[in-house]
Design a protein around this ligand. Structure first.
Ligand code: MN
Length: 232
């Protein structure tokens, strides 16, 4: 039986349709179906997500800084209040079901903020590696080191791998309930996992743009879908 993955609605302009197609193609290759969740009523959205077998928090705009107790700085991008209002609520409700969660880029940042952590509003002055290559989304720009006893290591099967990068923000203080399981060479958090939970993985890069040609990146979606199947 196929599993259905809940994904918060990202929008339907041409650019977002293209970005959405990368997630859905990766999920289809993993044998999973998906359901875009309308976010206009956050509590209804949370309920609808909880009825699905897994939750995927996708990439998108910068998280509203007031959600992690900061004033907006000039380098922080415009928020998407529809997503900022609904996604933390959806995630916290979904975690009570103990079903699998995969959080990508903004998704990892939403996960950290929803659980009490903070973000750097802009990393450009701090970074040494290239963390944003907008036009070459599928190309690797920097390497990451992966903790060997982590969920991510069991998926990627390597202590070091190269990833693409499309972010200008990063986790500053990780939430108490998350464990950092990958870092970039210049010290940014590239993956987190929820402690004492089955499958809840956040990655700062975009495996959906690499997974068509990278077996290890596609394996993130495959393992996520397989965990969702186990819960059925
Ligand atoms: Mn990066």
């Amino acid at each position: 039986m196929s599993v259905v993955i809940a994904i918060p609605e990202m929008g339907n302009d041409l650019f977002r349709k293209y970005m959405k197609s990368k997630y859905t193609a990766a999920l289809r290759r993993a044998g999973a179906e998906y359901k875009w969740i309308d976010l206009s009523d956050p509590s209804a959205a949370a309920k609808e997500a909880c009825a699905c077998d897994g939750l995927l928090l996708p990439g998108g705009s910068d998280v509203e800084p007031s959600l992690y107790g900061q004033e907006r700085t000039e380098k922080c991008g415009a928020p998407n209040m529809l997503r900022d209002n609904a996604e933390p609520l959806m995630l916290r409700a979904f975690l009570k079901t103990e079903k699998p969660v995969l959080a990508i880029c903004r998704g990892l940042q939403v996960m950290n903020v929803a659980l009490g952590g903070t973000l750097y509003q802009d990393i450009k002055d701090r970074q040494q590696a290239k963390h944003s290559d907008f036009l070459r989304r599928g190309r690797t720009t920097h390497s990451i080191s992966i903790e060997q006893d982590s969920l991510l290591y069991s998926i990627v099967k390597s202590a070091e791998t190269a990833v693409n990068s499309l972010h200008h923000q990063a986790i500053a203080v990780p939430a108490n309930t998350v464990r950092v399981t990958a870092n970039s060479g210049d010290g940014f958090i590239e993956a987190v996992e929820l402690k004492d939970y089955g499958f809840c993985l956040g990655v700062q890069w975009h495996p959906e743009h690499m997974s068509k040609h990278s077996a290890s990146q596609q394996n993130i979606f495959n393992c996520f879908a397989n965990e969702c199947k186990k819960g059925k």
